[in-house]
Design a protein around this ligand. Structure first.
Ligand code: GDP
Ligand code: IMO
Ligand code: MG
Length: 426
């Protein structure tokens, strides 16, 4: 099996969990490289639904090694409860099949509270974050005051870093937000307990992964969020705080780009996003309800209803470009089965100008008029198809057009949430 990076090619929730679960069968190591428990990756196995937030979606397969790379921000409380939940469902998570990189940064209680306070303060201009403390934790990482796994498991080092951080943070809580702040002793003792639980998993994963690759083992890198939420290439500032595009896979795992054979983008057959920010192709209310219900478009992490719209080729082309995608996997084709007419957005019109490439100015995305082409719906059920050729002609045309607009060939098509509902591309 080649070494593969799987990237979300829209605003997240494209079905990366399902794709990872399928590809994991033939991979040895599955690695998360950015984001944190803002992610919610759903895998359905024999009618059992698993939602992974931090642990790679490969964990549901036996005899796979799963890694949280250095680029991930880890909330120990969330991680421990995820491990417990998986174990209670009969999934094995132990120090032999699960590792956390010693350089991964730790989310502390003040990050979570700061996330909420910052959002509240922004009022209407809020980002609509998951309030998991992701942004504030990456802020500390860049500001060089973050606390890493290696620091957390060293009592004395953790003590001095936490003291220094709390001194500064508590001042901000009081002065900027008129909020209480945190007591050192409480956070310290709580996190020492977490550290004890987590310590057996903390390793130098960059070394482990490179040694494995050198021995011929294969690695599957599991992106979280999506390219349009990438802090550099997304719809800034309505983005997350990490590189969800392919660069993050290298900086967030310690695996070099020369070791990667393939970059696969996951696209939904339509578009969704959770939280604030532009969504040029947003559906009118009647179609929205239909698709949201059929596609079960409610956030896997926060339960918020997802905003939904037509497939936006400008957005997906941005992902093809900045990730150098070799292939795409198109998911949730079945959700469009009952639509008589389907639209694809091929460009934006704004103040008399046509944009075929995603503009960096988020204001343009807010106010532009999407340019649509119309496609005939197939009005047939696709969920039971077992090969591409089983699909109705109109569905094949729709997929071919998406592939053509992105200039990327289709690797697989997903027609339902189950493992079996996957078709090889043409
Ligand atoms: P991720 O964050 O990219 O892993 O995606 P999520 O798990 O947040 O959201 C994708 C949702 O779509 C989950 O509920 C999946 O079970 C479901 N899903 C994945 N592929 C398909 C598909 O082809 N058809 C349908 N109907 N549902 C799918
Ligand atoms: P997966 O991996 C969809 C969105 C939030 C918000 C913005 C910033 O399941 O695809 P953050 O908490 O990261 O600071 O929030 O990013 N967001 C996601 N949207 N899927 C995700 O992950 C997301 N992770 C963050 O809704 O708009
Ligand atoms: Mg998700």
């Amino acid at each position: 099996m080649p070494n593969i990076v799987v990237i979300g090619a829209q605003w997240g929730d494209e079905g990366k969990g399902k794709v990872i679960d399928i590809l994991a069968e033939k991979s040895d190591y599955i690695v998360r490289f950015q984001g944190g428990n803002n992610a919610g990756h759903t895998v359905v196995v024999k009618n059992r639904k698993f939602i992974l937030h931090l642990i790679p979606s490969g964990i549901l397969h036996k005899n796979k090694k799963c890694v949280i790379g250095n680029g991930v921000v880890v909330d120990p409380e969330a991680l421990i409860s995820e491990i417990k939940k998986l174990r209670s469902e009969g999934i094995e998570v132990n120090s032999g099949n699960f590792f956390i990189d010693e350089r991964a940064h730790v989310i502390l209680p003040y990050h979570k509270i700061l996330d909420s306070l910052k959002e509240k303060k922004k009022g209407k201009a809020k980002i609509g974050t998951t309030r998991r403390g992701i942004g504030p934790c990456y802020t500390d990482k860049a500001a060089r005051c973050g606390i890493r796994m290696i620091d957390l498991i060293d009592k004395e080092l953790f003590k001095s870093k936490l003291e220094a951080n709390l001194k500064e943070k508590n001042r901000v809580f009081r002065k900027t937000y008129n909020a209480k702040g945190f007591k050192f002793s409480e956070v310290y003792s709580q996190y020492l307990k977490y550290a004890k639980t987590i310590k057996p998993y903390v390793k130098n994963c960059a070394v482990i992964l490179n040694e494995a690759i050198n021995k011929g083992k294969s690695v599957l890198l599991e992106g979280a969020q999506g390219t349009l939420l990438d802090v550099d290439f997304g719809t800034y500032p309505y983005v997350t705080s990490s590189n969800a595009s392919v660069g993050g896979a290298f900086t967030g795992s310690g695996i070099g780009p020369t070791k990667i054979d393939k970059v696969i983008g996951v696209v939904k057959a339509y578009t969704t996003r959770v939280g604030e920010g532009p969504l040029p192709t947003e559906f009118p209310p009647d179609i929205l309800e239909k698709i949201r219900n059929k596609g079960e478009e409610f956030g896997a992490t926060t339960g918020r209803p997802r905003r939904c719209g037509w497939f936006d080729a400008v957005v997906a082309r941005q992902a093809a470009l900045v990730n150098g995608l070799n292939n795409i996997v198109v998911t949730k084709l079945d959700v469009l089965d009952e639509l008589k007419n389907i639209k694809i957005c091929t460009g934006y019109r704004y103040k008399g100008k046509v944009y075929r490439i995603l503009p960096a100015d988020t204001g343009i995305l807010d106010s532009c008029s999407p340019i649509y082409e119309n496609h005939k719906g197939w009005l047939k059920e696709t969920g039971s198809a077992t090969k591409f050729s089983d699909l109705p002609k109109e569905a094949k045309n729709y997929l071919d057009r998406i592939s053509e607009l992105l200039g990327v060939s289709i690797y697989m098509v997903s027609v339902g949430s189950k493992r079996s509902q996957i078709l090889k591309g043409r």
